[in-house]
Write a protein that binds this ligand. Structure first.
Ligand code: UNU
Ligand code: FES
Ligand code: FE
Length: 446
């Protein structure tokens, strides 16, 4: 499949079904997408003290993220350099050192190899411990969110997020406190390709009124009118969609941030109390975003619903399975009661057994496994909704689509997915920085 130009057709806005099914595509993704992108590892709030650690994944690689005595964070591959055993089996904790179960090699908080049983008697002074530390990956943080990258040539995290920082600041900095994550994450296995939920969160406003019709009807509130795609909804005027360099994107529904929250005295009240400060700090365009509901993906595999406040990582497990990790996003400076209301409401809706989460799961499996069929697999998928009704905007960075219900950010996601899959290295990607948005043809839309 390598180099197949039709995996993604950016002119016709179609994708081959092989992107959800083919094992060669998946292996190339591990190397060229996951191996070269910044991947979400954790938030400072999950490991606040020196010595605190969490174990997580970068795609299929197990990693330890560790809070250093000097306050910085380091991440290293959770596999012993002796015979390869997994070094740490705990999900999180506080540790002075990590001791491998197999033969007892000891790694420090920074991943260096500090002690080896029977070293002088059995290795005869020949073991070079300095060269046998656990393998490091790059770690950088943005507004408390910690990311790791396995490619020394990748741009900095801030360059990788690029103009998307302008959007993230609105909520990750907010009125002053910004957002943090509550863990430990809920974890579940879902039988689907990792891109199905990523594309759903990056910009699938279309499914909300249909897939979630029953749930939205039951919850009531700001989104009840979407249930069943009822004709009286102003579909052209519900919100906007955004895509920026490197495939990040989101859709916003205006004035709907806490729509999925049945209990209104927590998050809804917090937003009402803080929106004035956001208006002063960031201006009206971003205040609009602050009080809107976002479905968002940070390329490649980290997604969140701002408003609902679930934060997800889709860890790939082969082409047809993912491990879903779900955290709750809460304002750092909110009181305990507000945080716990948000956590309950988030779990009830988009937690592992959440009402809306279960609505989506079956579609995601189905969209993956139909491609078992040899004839089916040969076909294509369409993401052409709203082509031409999008373009550069006088205020909002990137490319802006005219409605929450459109596929602008799907197109942005797959355009970059294909670019990174084909690129020999990051220099080749950087060479396209000034022309990446040329496929979004309507320069005069806004
Ligand atoms: O299912 C979703 N991605 C969603 C649900 C998006 C916006 C509102 C509710
Ligand atoms: Fe870790 Fe041998 S595999 S000490
Ligand atoms: Fe959904």
């Amino acid at each position: 499949m390598t180099g197949n130009p039709s995996l993604v057709d950016t002119v016709e806005s179609t994708q081959s079904r092989e992107i959800f099914w083919d094992k060669d595509v998946y292996n190339l993704e591990l190397e060229r997408i996951f191996g070269r992108s910044w991947l979400f590892l954790g938030h400072e709030s999950l490991l606040p003290k020196p010595g605190d650690f969490i174990t997580t994944y970068m795609a299929e690689d197990k990693v330890i993220l560790s809070h250093q005595p000097d306050g910085s964070f380091r991440a290293f591959i959770n596999s012993c350099t002796h015979r390869g055993n997994q070094i740490c089996h705990a999900d999180s904790g506080n540790a002075k050192a990590f001791v491998c179960n197999y033969h007892g090699w000891v790694y420090g908080q920074d991943g260096s190899l500090v002690d080896v049983p029977l070293e002088s008697r059995c290795y005869h002074g020949q073991l070079d411990k300095a060269r046998l530390g656990a393998k490091h990956v790059r770690v950088e943080t943005y507004k408390g969110f910690i990311f790791g990258c396995g490619d020394a040539d990748a741009p900095s995290l801030e360059e990788y997020l690029g103009e998307f920082c302008w959007y993230l600041d609105t909520i990750w900095e907010g009125a002053g406190g910004g957002l943090e994550l509550l863990g430990p994450p809920m974890k579940s296995i879902l039988a689907c390709n990792w891109k199905v939920p990523t594309e759903n969160f990056v910009g699938d406003g279309y499914h909300v009124g249909w897939t979630h019709a029953g749930a939205l009807h039951g919850i009531g509130g700001e989104l009840a009118g979407l249930a069943g795609n009822r004709a009286e909804m102003p579909f052209e005027d519900l919100g906007l969609q955004f895509t920026t360099r490197h495939g990040h994107g989101f859709g916003v529904i205006d004035n709907a941030a806490p729509a999925i929250h049945v209990k209104r005295d927590g998050w809804a009240k917090y937003l009402a109390d803080t929106r004035g400060e956001v208006l002063r700090k960031f201006g009206p365009e971003r205040e609009r975003l602050y009080v809107g509901h976002w479905n968002c993906s940070i390329f490649p595999s980290c997604s969140f619903l701002y408003g609902t406040n679930t934060f997800k990582v889709w860890h790939p497990r082969g082409p047809h399975e993912i491990e879903v990790w779900t955290y709750t996003m809460v304002p750092r400076d909110a009181d305990r009661e507000t945080k716990s209301i948000i956590q309950r409401e988030a779990s009830r809706s988009f937690g592992t057994a959440g009402t809306l989460e279960s609505d989506d799961g079956e579609n995601m499996s189905s969209a993956t496994f139909v491609n078992r069929g040899n004839i089916t697999r040969d076909g294509r998928m369409d993401s052409s909704m709203g082509v031409g009704f999008e373009g550069p905007h006088p205020v909002y960075p990137g490319i802006v689509g005219s409605s929450f219900i459109g596929e602008t950010s799907h197109r942005g996601f797959y355009r970059f997915w294909k670019e990174l899959l084909d690129a020999p290295n990051w220099d080749a990607v950087k060479a396209n920085d000034s022309v990446w948005d040329s496929v979004f043809l309507n320069r005069d839309y806004w």
